[in-house]
Design a binder for this molecule. Structure first.
Ligand code: HEM
Length: 342
């Protein structure tokens, strides 16, 4: 019994000493985040992570410790280092395995008018199984023993659709499936299907949420002026004009994505071997580092004054367009940034 107590005390001492002496302990943040990641995990499970991280940045500044092995940043230098250094930046963490796909191709969906297509969209978008996926992610060895109601929702209709599309004998030349099926891609059919489904999952919610936020902003009484300016541009532009000539539309879209980025939360990456210095702090190898679009878009008053205000005209000001674009992080940046941006 005594040896058990001694072992427990030694373990506790080791744990505390690690929390106090690790380089991450020098990063500003709540004291308990030196010792435990339970706080940030709890925020994730209760869908409060983005707001909590934002509040911590408001209190502690541009660099904040979220747990003994996790740090969040907001500066442009940190974005460049984490997401764009050496091409594709640091490696993505296992968090992304939550979105692992069997596979899909959106080429054939005609959307909401066709019942079958609507069901597929519904299956992919209207569900709340992120908590269940998080459970499996944090407790992988327990996952096989989870009761059925804790299993993340599957998407059988979507899987069938994607596998069917991928296996067709003829596919149009302009499609993603056609490119991925070429011999030189070296992909198995199942991998092609998974890649396609990934695009479907990545493109539907993000675009839909973005448009939803945009419409909501434009519908607000205080934003009527912007709605009118947009109507004016759309009504007075010849129908065959290039989309690039719609500068006000571009400003409205960017401002909606700035205020309410569809992927607003931390985009986590691992610090490579040897550790790195980021924003003046040495961060050891394998620490999880990230920036979150929601906070990046609100953390530099000189670039985006009154950051919480929906104000599309800021994108048309003569001064500072390059800085605004550099701080626009809705699609992330670097080699692993959004491939659907254009
Ligand atoms: C408003 C619409 C969209 C927004 C705001 C958006 C945002 C993002 C962001 C922030 C990432 C980076 C995630 C990370 O680094 O952790 C990303 C990645 C990605 N996006 Fe989008 N996205 C949008 C639309 C689309 C569309 C339409 C597609 C495809 C049809 C797409 C395909 C992808 C793919 C494949 C990746 C992963 C790239 C990689 O890992 O290398 N996205 N997107």
């Amino acid at each position: 019994m005594l040896s058990l107590w001694v072992a427990a005390i030694l373990l506790f001492g080791y744990y505390v000493a690690q929390g106090v002496t690790s380089p991450v302990s020098k990063v500003p943040g709540p004291w308990y985040t030196r010792f435990t990641s339970l706080w940030i995990k709890y925020q994730e499970f209760t869908a409060n992570r983005r707001e909590s991280v934002h509040r911590l940045h408001q209190v502690y500044g541009p660099v904040v410790r979220l747990g003994p092995n996790e740090v969040s940043f907001t500066s442009l230098d940190a974005i460049r280092e984490i997401y764009a250094s050496g091409g594709s930046g640091y490696d993505k963490t296992e968090f992304y395995s939550l979105f692992k796909q069997l596979n899909t191709n959106p080429g054939g969906l005609k959307s909401l008018n066709v019942e079958k297509d609507f069901e597929i969209m519904e299956e992919l978008t209207y569900h709340q199984s992120l908590q269940k996926s998080l459970l499996a992610y944090y407790l992988p060895s327990w996952e096989p023993y989870f009761p059925t109601f804790l299993h993340p929702r599957s998407a059988p209709k979507t899987n069938k659709f994607v596998l069917g599309m991928t296996a067709q004998s003829h596919v149009e030349e302009y499609t993603l499936v056609e490119k991925l099926r070429r011999k030189e891609s070296g992909l198995e059919l199942l991998q092609v299907a998974a890649e396609c489904k990934d695009h479907m999952a990545a493109g539907i919610d993000t675009t839909g949420d973005g448009l939803c936020f945009l419409m909501w902003e434009l519908s607000q009484p205080q934003n009527l002026e912007f709605q009118r300016k947009l109507q004016h541009e759309l009504r007075n532009t010849p129908p065959d004009s290039s989309l690039d000539s719609l500068v006000y539309l571009d400003a409205v879209i960017k401002e909606a994505l700035r205020c309410s980025p569809p992927i607003p939360m931390s985009l986590p990456r691992y610090v490579p071997a040897g550790g790195r210095s980021i924003d003046g702090y040495f961060i050891p190898a394998h620490t999880i580092v990230s920036c979150q679009p929601y906070t990046v878009h609100r953390s530099c008053d000189e670039v985006f004054p009154e950051p919480d205000r929906f104000y599309p005209d800021r994108w048309l000001e003569d001064e500072g367009p390059a800085e605004r674009n550099r701080h626009f992080f809705a699609f992330a940046t670097g080699g692993r940034g959004c491939t659907g941006k254009k």
